[in-house]
Write a protein that binds this ligand. Sequence first.
Ligand code: CUA
Length: 369
Amino acid sequence: MKSTFPLFPDSASTLSGHVDALFIVWSLVSLFFTVLIAGLIVVLMSRYRRRHPEEVGADERAALWLEILWSAVPLAIMLAMFAWGTKVFFELYRPPADAVEYTAIGKQWMWKVQHPEGQSEINALHIPVGQPVKIKLASEDVIHSFYIPAFRVKQDAVPGRYTSLWFNPTKPGVYHLFCAEYCGTEHSRMIGSVIVMEPRDYETWMAGGTPGKSMVASGADLFTSLACATCHRPSPGVTQRGPSLEGVFGSQVKLADGRAVTADDNYVRESILNPLAKVVAGYDPVMPTFQGQVSEEQLTQLIAYVRSLGPTGAAPAGGTGGTPAAGTPATGTPAASGVTNPSSAEKDATSPLNTAGQTQGAAQKPPQK
Ligand code: CUA
């Protein structure tokens, strides 16, 4: 029915059916009550109309049970819809652990997409079918909104912070990508395509493009070229100006003002652009800002690198993953020496990527059988 009479966009993600079901049921419930109430108004108006000029209305009171019934039934319906809507909402906004993270940066008037392996695209996103994908969103200028109708996902890209969305495409094809937030003159032309491919075709596509450096490797390069390593390199026996970043990502960080924050994307971003906003306990507020020196792309690469040093990334490399010593100056852990040497930092850096690659490999198998 959908193909001959397209009331709906294509339904091409694991959750698009859930969103449609909620939408359709809500619409039918609303339609039912709208028709019921409007119909009753017309019928009762006609039936109890004033028939001669002297007629005066009698004072009527509805029975108590009726009052309770017509309050309780709508309440129950609303609560049921609320619970259902909440369930779908959480499904839509909680990416699974094995989702592969891509970055999309909105800019007047284009989407710049970067793959974890380093490929970048403009107004296009190539992904393999059946693999959960998380899109980390940022904006270089104004608010944009990343919208793929066929997957029923939409999320604003807001300047100054990261947002994200996720989906798992269920069938190969080319789907619309829109900007769904008015963002200036050429907003209506800020459109693109999401190309969902069979895993084998995706491999071919990946192999055909200019490979470039992985996000993590690019971040490691920046970490060296911006001289971040000068202060954030763990150096045993020396008083450090900045905390080591080994094992920090994802952990709780104690701040100088006594607060504790989780070291997530937005925290690392803020620490690079506005270092004095949240100073780690035990360190002086001496870090200069990198505002204006790093682009949105470079920020996401730096964060990818810092994440690769985090508890999950550092565990296989040095075995210190269990003790994310956030604020404490490094005591010279074996893994820490990895940062001092760019080449070995890069080697470390590839480990989370391999994990991502394996996940993709695993996802390829089912369709090949
Ligand atoms: Cu970007 Cu509208």
